[in-house]
Write a protein that binds this ligand. Sequence first.
Ligand code: G4P
Ligand code: NA
Ligand code: NA
Length: 192
Amino acid sequence: MKILEERILKDGYVLGKDILKVDRFLNHQVDVALLNEIGKAFYAYFKDHGINKILTIEASGIAIAAITAQYFDNVPVVFAKKFDSVNADPDSYETNVYSFTKNRDYSVRVSKKFIHQGDRVLILDDFLAQGRAAAGLIDLVRQGGGEVHGVGIVIEKSFQDGKTYVSSLGVDVHSLARIRAFIDGTPIFEEV
Ligand code: G4P
Ligand code: NA
Ligand code: NA
């Protein structure tokens, strides 16, 4: 997605070896006009799947999911919640996620009220790194008897293994910007 790549080059910056900061437009300050274009792009790709629900994870996924839902005829948005430790709750589906970025495990939960048998779910998130967050969300949907009809990602770091990992779970991954390397602090995008 051209305008997204241009925005990353203009306003993104690289921290350390492999972290791209996008807090000027995506996950701290938010550019709603850009999010609208992101929502349209996800709709264009996933519109024929009969999606009836969008699932994301707090916090950064929420704005992306909420804007995108409007293009899918206002399907409900559900965001999974993060907890520091496992706490068996009979009213929630729960899964464990390891974060490589943060080098720790956390628990991700969604109420059983919001995932149902036969749901056709689109999963959205801001970043795809190792894919553990997306895999956790897939697990939650499947625990509830729903079907995952795709994972939409705003920024994929394709030099990490996330896409391979999520694809191995039988789910199509579509990313709007794919960064194959950071060279001298500049993101280099995959050719499209
Ligand atoms: P994974 O899910 O793909 O395996 O990635 P990982 O656990 O390593 O990511 C942990 C957190 O770091 C996630 O946010 C993810 O979105 C974010 N992240 C990963 N790579 C980058 C990056 O290059 N830049 C930025 N800005 N974030 C990155 P989170 O902990 O869920 O936090 P949030 O959604 O509440 O912000
Ligand atoms: Na995130
Ligand atoms: Na994040």
